[in-house]
Every structure is written in structure tokens, then in C-alpha cells.
Ligand binder design. Structure first.
Ligand code: AP5
Length: 229
């Protein structure tokens, strides 16, 4: 009897969770709020371009790396485990990342006019889980950059930083690059119909001009601007 009650409660909880996710998906679609995934290897310039997008469009910027670092900074046990994984250059389990993203999206919902999801998905199944549990992405921007350039940029950032990131050292950068190389082609293949690849070897502002063209076009398609594309 007790077992049956427990099972019924679990089923109810799962149903409620599913209904809530569905409501969120519908609200998002109805509001026409753009969701953009920002992808690229470590140091390709994701954060730099996101800052410029926020300045121009006022979107909500959610960086999976920043959300994880906030959890680490909280000093929790979970944070310590996350730090270990991040310092090894591997991927944190998706349940952790998606739950942080989901909560942050929930907090911004209602006041946001667009979401920039920076550094997510890092592998194919992360993308599938996001679209299943949160909402479909409208556009994927992939910043393509040579390995040597990315390493140089991160090393320069580390040299200039007052507080250096724990994963900004040569050994971890190599490991982050390996993780990135192992997973990225499968993501690009799966989302090829909505991915824009941008050459990120160029000057920040030149890159941004291409970003603007893509976002303006998306906003027009979603009926959020009068401009055609
Ligand atoms: P995360 O924090 O996302 O780090 P990352 O992907 O390695 O990227 P960075 O933040 O280092 O670089 P960026 O591309 O934002 O470049 P930036 O603009 O700063 O992830 C860290 C870790 O968290 C992961 O390794 C993993 O363990 C975990 N994690 C994160 N997301 C996860 C997920 N989804 N699933 C599981 N685990 C996850 O630029 C770098 C430097 O270059 C700057 O100094 C900048 O000024 C300069 N620069 C930028 N653009 C240019 C340009 N065009 N020309 C010259 N210099 C430039």
C-alpha cells in the first residue's frame, strides 16, 4: 500500500514537472522571445561577443561557465566537486548545468526580451535535453577559431587578469580544447539548419557586424522588428 502511494506521488510529480515545462515552452513560443546558443572553443570570443550583443539588444546573457563558477564561489560541497571537474577541463554532468540554466531562465522570464545561452550545448545530448525541457533554440552562432589563436587569447587574458581563472593554464586549456574537439562536430551536424558559422579570427567589431546581421534577421522573422532580412 505504502509502495503504491509512493509510486502515485512520483507519477504525479513527474506529470506536474512535464506540464510546467510544456507551459514554459508555450509561453516562450507565444512571446516570440529569441533563444540563441553561442558556441565555440575555449577563448574563441563567446563572452566578448555576448557582452556586445547585450549592449545592443538588451538580451539576457546566461553563460554556463559563469553559472558554474558562481556555484563554485558559493563554497558548497557541490561547488567543490564542480571545481575539480572544471579544473580538469572535462564537462560537468548535464543535470547540473541544465538545472542552473533552467533556474536562471525561470528568474528572467517575463522581463527578458531574448536569451543568449553561452557555452551550451557542449555536446549533442545537452542540446536535445535543452530543447526537450526548456524550449527550442532559434539560432546557433558558432565562432570558428584556430586552436593556436584560442590558446594565445586565453594566455593573454590570464596574464592580464587580477584574479586568474583556475582553468586558464596551459595544461587545462589543452584538455578543454580536446573536450571541445570531441563533441562539437556532432552538435554542428545536428543543428546545421539553424547554425551560422562565423570566422572568429578577425577583429572583434568585424565579427560583431556579422552577428548583428544574423540577429536582426532573426528578430524580423520573429516579428520583433520591422526590418526585413
Ligand atoms: P566556459 O567558462 O564556458 O569557458 P570556455 O568555453 O573555455 O570559454 P572562455 O570563457 O574561456 O572563452 P570565451 O570563448 O568566452 O572567450 P572570451 O570572450 O573570454 O567553461 C569553463 C568550464 O566550465 C568548461 O571547461 C567546463 O568544465 C564547464 N562547462 C561550461 N559549460 C558547460 C556545459 N555546457 N556543460 C558541461 N560543462 C560546462 O575571449 C577570450 C580572450 O580573447 C579575452 O581576453 C578577449 O578579450 C580576447 N578576444 C575575444 N575576441 C577576440 C578577437 N576577435 N580578437 C582578439 N582577441 C579577442
Amino acid at each position: 500500500m505504502l509502495f503504491m502511494c509512493h509510486q502515485m506521488a512520483m507519477k504525479k510529480e513527474a506529470q506536474e514537472k512535464e506540464e510546467k515545462a510544456e507551459q514554459l515552452r508555450r509561453a516562450q513560443a507565444a512571446a516570440g522571445i529569441p533563444i540563441i546558443w553561442i558556441l565555440g572553443g575555449p577563448g574563441c570570443g563567446k563572452g566578448t561577443q555576448c557582452a556586445k550583443i547585450v549592449e545592443k539588444y538588451g538580451f539576457t546573457h546566461l553563460s554556463s561557465g559563469d553559472l558554474l563558477r558562481d556555484e563554485v564561489a558559493s563554497g558548497s560541497d557541490k561547488g567543490r566537486q564542480l571545481q575539480e571537474i572544471m579544473t580538469s577541463g572535462a564537462l560537468v554532468p548535464n543535470a547540473e548545468v541544465l538545472s542552473l540554466l533552467n533556474a536562471a531562465i525561470g528568474r528572467a522570464q517575463g522581463s527578458s526580451n531574448g536569451f543568449l545561452i553561452d557555452g551550451y550545448p557542449r555536446e549533442k545530448n545537452q542540446g536535445i535535453a535543452f530543447e526537450d525541457q526548456i524550449a527550442p533554440a532559434d539560432l546557433v552562432i558558432y565562432f570558428e577559431c584556430a586552436e593556436d589563436t584560442m590558446v594565445k587569447r586565453i594566455m593573454a587574458r590570464a596574464a592580464a587578469a587580477a584574479v586568474k581563472r583556475a582553468d586558464d593554464n596551459e595544461a587545462t586549456i589543452r584538455s578543454r580544447l580536446n573536450t571541445f574537439k570531441q563533441n562539437t562536430s556532432a552538435i554542428l551536424e545536428l543543428y546545421s539548419d539553424k547554425t551560422l558559422t562565423i570566422n572568429a579570427e578577425r577583429d572583434v567589431d568585424i565579427i560583431f557586424m556579422e552577428v548583428i546581421t544574423a540577429i536582426d534577421c532573426l528578430m524580423a522573422k520573429k516579428g520583433r522588428s520591422a526590418k526585413a532580412c
